[in-house]
Design a protein around this ligand. Structure first.
Ligand code: G3H
Ligand code: ZN
Length: 289
């Protein structure tokens, strides 16, 4: 059987009006919950590790774990290196065997970002990477902790400019573009509203796939409206971290004498599975293998 690529699923999603959630993980137990969600709902899975996640887990180890689940479950499972901030870190991910990479050059000047992204695309093409994601408008916020405060202040001036998006995609050759239209990293009291008109404009200007970051805490109806406007992937990290860690805290409180990891982690694995299933259901990737 021909192995379908991530690009195949992006194309299918765009045509049919659904999106793939990208679930980030930093330990084997979080991954277990995500895989169980995919198996249960027969969903193609896109997994991600950020620089922090993969520093803890190891890039080679992340690739090997994902490969082992791919063999066991026979599901289409893809691993994306998320927010690689330098050419070197993205190169390491490509060499370790990731299926897709995201070069986040938003901290660079626009021109420098384009030059590095072009190099990433050239390297990726030689290494059978199906999707290279680019970014030039930084997505604000934090997903390293569970915030209940106010969302970062966003000015519409910082949102992705459609003409710049066209120039970026044309000059770099990236397959997908992370756009800033109002989603932010993390969970807050109230996440900002999405600028769907801006998204519509960007869509008119670029041929590449459009993807959203900061899926956690964004109301499903907002994300779905973005998907109906052409977004094919939504990144989710904070919600899975919160599900895992908050459940672990409760388990340790309830069972102070339990020491076996295979008992302690079970409720956390289930909590991650539940959170992942919720996203798969509303983004519409269930039964799409
Ligand atoms: O790159 C990862 C994400 O954009 C996740 O954002 O933590 O708000 O779900 P989130
Ligand atoms: Zn992100």
């Amino acid at each position: 059987m021909v192995q379908r690529t991530l690009k195949y699923y992006y194309t299918k999603a765009r045509k049919e009006g659904w999106a793939l959630p990208q679930f980030n993980f930093s330990c084997a137990e979080q991954l277990q919950g995500i895989i169980e969600a995919g198996v249960h709902l027969k969903a193609p899975l896109l997994l991600g590790t950020s620089e922090g996640d993969s520093r803890f887990l190891g890039k080679t180890q992340a690739v090997a774990l994902v490969e082992s689940y791919r063999k066991d479950t026979r599901l289409p499972i893809f691993l994306n290196f998320d927010h690689g901030k330098s050419f070197e870190s993205v190169k390491e991910a490509i060499e370790a065997g990731y299926d897709a990479v995201h070069f986040d050059g938003s901290a660079f000047l626009f021109k420098e970002n384009i030059a590095i992204a072009r190099k990433v695309v050239a390297l990726a093409r030689k290494n059978r990477i199906s999707v290279v994601e680019g970014e030039f408008s930084e997505i604000p916020g934090k997903h390293s902790s569970f915030h209940k405060g106010e969302a970062p202040l966003l000015s519409k001036d910082s949102f992705t400019d459609p003409a710049q998006a066209r120039e970026f995609v044309r000059k770099t050759g990236v397959d997908s573009l992370a756009v800033l239209i109002g989603t932010v990293h993390g969970i807050y009291k109230k996440n900002p509203n999405l600028d769907l008109e801006r998204l519509q404009e960007i869509k008119k200007h670029v041929m590449s796939f459009l993807v959203l970051h900061g899926g956690s805490g964004t109301p499903p109806r907002d994300l779905l409206a973005a998907v109906k406007t052409g977004v094919v992937k939504v990144n989710i990290s904070t919600e899975l971290r919160a599900a895992f860690t908050n459940t672990l805290r409760e388990t340790l409180k309830k069972e102070p004498d339990e020491i076996a990891p295979y008992n302690i982690f079970v409720p956390s694995v289930r909590a991650v599975q539940k959170a992942a299933e919720r996203h798969i259901q509303f983004l519409g990737s269930a039964n799409k293998i």
